[in-house]
Write a protein that binds this ligand. Structure first.
Ligand code: NDP
Length: 362
C-alpha cells in the first residue's frame, strides 16, 4: 500500500546534540540552530545559513522543551526568507518530542508539530504563536504511520493539496487535470486526489524516473518529462480534449504552455512558482503573456496560501489519513540523515533531487 522510505545516504548524524544531564537533573541544554546570516542571491549557499549553538534557559511554568526528530525542507523557504530579519533562526517546521514539561497540555513523551525553525531543541512558551500564526499542536494519532508524515502528507503539504485543489479547482469526474511539479510532495498528492475523484490526470515532472513513478505507482494517466520532451506537443497528445483544471506549482514557461491548452471556463489553482524562486528578485524571468488565454477561454485563476484553511486544518489531515488507510493515497519521502545536512537537503530540493516529501531526520 505504501511506498518505500528513501534515504539520500548522506553523512550520518553524530549524536552530539543530546542535552547535558547530571544525576538526571537538567543542568544545561545546548540547542543547535541555523541562522539567516545573509539573504540568498541566486542559488542558496551554505555560508548563508551559519550553524550556531544556543544555551536554553530552565523552564518556567507553562513552558515545555522539545527535541526535533524530523525537520522539513520546503520550497517556500527560498522566497519567504526575505521577510525575516537577518540573524533570526532559519524558518521551517519540525516534528519533535517533548522531553521536559511544565505544561499539563503538553506532557513529556508526546510528539508535536512546531513551526519554530531549523533548530534541534526549543523551549516553547505557553502563548507561542509560531510562524504563519500557527501555534504548535500535539500530533494527531496517525494509527501507526510514521510521525514524519506530520510534515508531509499528513501536514502542511497534504492540506495544501487537499484544500488548494478541491476548493479552487472545483474538479468534476471526467475532467482533465494537469499538475506541474507533479512528483513533489504537493504535486504527487494532488494528482492522486484527481484520480480518486475520477479525473484524467497528467503530471509534468523533471525526470523519467519521476514520470515512471507517477504512472506506474500513483496511477497518473500520463506523465511528461519537461526536461526532455516538448511539453506543448506532449500535452496536446495527452489531452486532446484540452485541460479543465491546472494545479500550478512551478509557474514560468511550463504554465504558459498549459494555460494555452485550457478549456473554456477552466480553473487554475496557483500554488507556487518554483521555476523563479532562485531568480534575482529585481530581475524576474520574462515568460509567456497569459492574458489572451485567460480572456478567450474565460479562465479563472486564483492564488492561495494554505493557512487560509487553518480553521479546517484537522479536516484535511483526517481525510488524507483516511485515503492512505483505504489504499487510495500513496506517499514517498526523501529522507536526509543528520541535522548537519539540512542545507544539502534544502539545496537538493530546489534542484529536484527529491521525490515526494523532502525531510531531514535528526
Ligand atoms: P516539491 O516536493 O515539489 O519539491 C520541489 C520540486 O520542484 C523539485 O523536486 C523539482 O522537481 C521541482 N522544480 C525545481 N525547480 C524547478 C523548475 N525550474 N521548474 C519546474 N520544476 C522545478 O515541493 P512541494 O511539493 O513542497 O511544493 C511544491 C510547490 O508548492 C512549490 O512551488 C511551493 O512553493 C508550493 N507550496 C505552496 C503552498 C501555498 O500555501 N501556496 C504551500 C506549500 C507549497 P522536478 O524534478 O520535477 O524539476
Amino acid at each position: 500500500m505504501m511506498s518505500s522510505l528513501f534515504s539520500r545516504g548522506q553523512v550520518l548524524l553524530t549524536k552530539s546534540f543530546q542535552p547535558t544531564r547530571i544525576n538526571s537533573i537538567r543542568t544545561m541544554v545546548i540547542a543547535k540552530k541555523y541562522v539567516i546570516g545573509k539573504y540568498f542571491q541566486g542559488e542558496p549557499k551554505r555560508s548563508d545559513l551559519p550553524l550556531v549553538e544556543e544555551e536554553l534557559p530552565p523552564l518556567k511554568d507553562g513552558e515545555y522543551l522539545i527535541q526535533a526528530e524530523y525537520l522539513s525542507v520546503d520550497p517556500y523557504m527560498r522566497p519567504y526568507v526575505y521577510r525575516v530579519p537577518l540573524g533570526r533562526t532559519m524558518i521551517g517546521s519540525q516534528v519533535a518530542k517533548i522531553i521536559e514539561s511544565k505544561n499539563p497540555n503538553f506532557p513529556v513523551g508526546q510528539r508535536v508539530f512546531a513551526n519554530i525553525g531549523w533548530r534541534t531543541h526549543t523551549v516553547i512558551r505557553e502563548d507561542a504563536g509560531g510562524v504563519f500564526d500557527q501555534p504548535p499542536y500535539v500530533l494527531p494519532d496517525f494509527d501507526g504511520l510514521p510521525a514524519s508524515l506530520g510534515l508531509g502528507v499528513l501536514g502542511m503539504p497534504g492540506n495544501t493539496s487537499y484544500f488548494g485543489f478541491l476548493e479552487i479547482c472545483q474538479p468534476k469526474a471526467g475532467e482533465t487535470l494537469v499538475v506541474s511539479g507533479a512528483a513533489g510532495a504537493v504535486g504527487s498528492h494532488v494528482g492522486q486526489i484527481g484520480k480518486i475523484l475520477g479525473l484524467n490526470v497528467i503530471g509534468i515532472a523533471g525526470s523519467d524516473a519521476k514520470c515512471k513513478w507517477l504512472k506506474e505507482e500513483l496511477g497518473f494517466d500520463h506523465a511528461i518529462n519537461y526536461k526532455t520532451q516538448n511539453v506543448a506537443t506532449a500535452l496536446r497528445e495527452a489531452a486532446p480534449n484540452k485541460v479543465d483544471c491546472y494545479f500550478d506549482n512551478v509557474g514560468g514557461d511550463i504554465s504558459g504552455i498549459v494555460l494555452n491548452q485550457m478549456n473554456v471556463f477552466g480553473r487554475i489553482s496557483v500554488c507556487g512558482s518554483i521555476s523563479s524562486y532562485n531568480a534575482d528578485i529585481n530581475a524576474m524571468p520574462k515568460t509567456a503573456i497569459i492574458q489572451p488565454a485567460l480572456v478567450f477561454a474565460q479562465l479563472k485563476m486564483e492564488g492561495f496560501i494554505v493557512m487560509r484553511w487553518k480553521n479546517r486544518w484537522m479536516e484535511g489531515i483526517e481525510q488524507n489519513l483516511k485515503w492512505i488507510k483505504e489504499g487510495k493515497l500513496k506517499y514517498r519521502e526523501t529522507v536526509t540523515d543528520g541535522f548537519e545536512n539540512m542545507f544539502d537537503a534544502f539545496a537538493g530540493l530546489l534542484q529536484g533531487e527529491n521525490t515526494g516529501k523532502a525531510v531531514v531526520k535528526v
